[in-house]
Design a protein around this ligand. Structure first.
Ligand code: PBG
Length: 325
């Protein structure tokens, strides 16, 4: 025998021992399921680049939420898919208390008070420019946008949102929204800030889903440069000081280092958004039988957890929950 005092394989010798020494695991409690809401009744349309992910009219969305709750999947992030006629330069529809999004949130919270609803704060689903902020002369104006975002957040809180998710990347928005929520009496409504949101090509399928691609240019004057990680610390510092309850990194897979960086440096829970393009790649390769989609899904979620995210927003949430039944 070769003299080897340390044989790491001893801790891998059977499933029970591997279970004992396992450092990380993913449970349904860690997951947030993004859901797409659309107009109409009894409507469900699949997003072509995201197999098994649908836009639901509000009646069917309620059914979908009910079936997720039965699986122990309790937290949802809602995105509205609106027709062009409801879009304008100022995202006016986002402030309509009787709008589809707001009415649906109210209905969900009435039917399923135990469901946790996260809403999205950004102008793009409502904007005729397809940008997250207010556009003037081809520029995305920061401070003018903050006013709109803060109003949007308050309307969403009034509808019953538990967590507000500013995904717009304007400077100062977390503090601005926090103050507006507090002034309106919503001190208990949380903010999950999209802290390090990168200008990423991985959002493609999502923009198909909402038909929300920018009408001109790109989002590089507000979303972060994929080349940067120190800048994520700057953004996280600001969000922490402005009152964020969670710091999010988005996308997840090409940014695992950023997840770890924030987890190592901040004592707030770190969230990661396993985005549409990441989901689409796995589904496409699995359809071709080039990979085992279920195993890849579990490995991906685990890697995000291992990097330091305690919360994962993922389109895999429901199938993961189903696989655990
Ligand atoms: C926009 C928003 C985007 C996503 C969530 N909120 C797209 C974008 O910034 O263009 C992407 C989510 C995904 O790709 O799954 N405010």
């Amino acid at each position: 025998m070769i003299n080897l005092p340390q044989r790491p394989r001893r801790n891998r010798k059977n499933a029970t021992i591997r279970g004992l020494v396992q450092e990380n695991s993913v449970t349904v409690n860690d997951l947030i399921f993004p859901l797409f809401l659309t107009e109409g009744k009894n409507k469900r349309s699949e997003i072509s680049s995201m197999p098994n992910i649908y836009r639901y009219s509000s009646d069917l969305l309620l059914k979908e939420i009910e079936s997720c709750l039965k699986l122990g999947l309790n937290t949802f992030c809602l995105f509205p898919s609106l027709s062009d006629k409801l879009k304008d330069k100022r995202a006016t529809e986002s402030l309509n208390k009787k709008g589809l999004y707001q009415v649906t949130i109210k209905e969900i919270k009435k039917r399923f008070p135990e469901a946790i609803i996260m809403t999205d704060v950004a102008m793009d689903p409502y904007s005729s420019d397809g940008h997250d902020g207010f556009v003037k002369n081809g520029q995305i104006l920061n401070d003018e946008t903050l006013e709109i975002l803060a109003k949007m957040a308050v309307v969403q809180a009034e509808a019953g949102a538990d967590i507000i998710g500013p995904s717009d990347m304007m400077d100062g928005r977390v503090g601005f929204i926090r103050e507006a929520l507090d002034d309106a009496g919503f001190t208990d409504v949380s903010i999950m800030s999209y802290t390090a949101k990168y200008a990423s090509a991985f959002y493609g399928p999502f923009r198909d889903a909402l038909d929300s691609a920018p009408k001109f240019g790109d989002k590089k004057t507000y979303q972060m440069d994929p080349a940067n990680s120190r800048e994520a610390i700057l953004e996280a510092d600001l969000d922490f000081n402005e009152g964020a309850d969670f710091l999010m990194v988005k996308p997840a897979l090409s940014y695992l280092d950023v997840i770890k960086l924030l987890n190592d440096n901040f004592n707030l829970p770190i969230a990661a958004y396993n985005v549409s393009g990441e989901y689409a790649m796995v589904k496409a390769a699995a359809e071709k039988k080039w990979i085992d989609g279920d195993k890849i899904r579990d490995e991906i979620l685990l890697s995000i957890k291992r990097a330091g995210a305690s919360v994962i927003l993922t389109y895999f949430a429901k199938e993961f929950a189903l696989s655990k039944k």
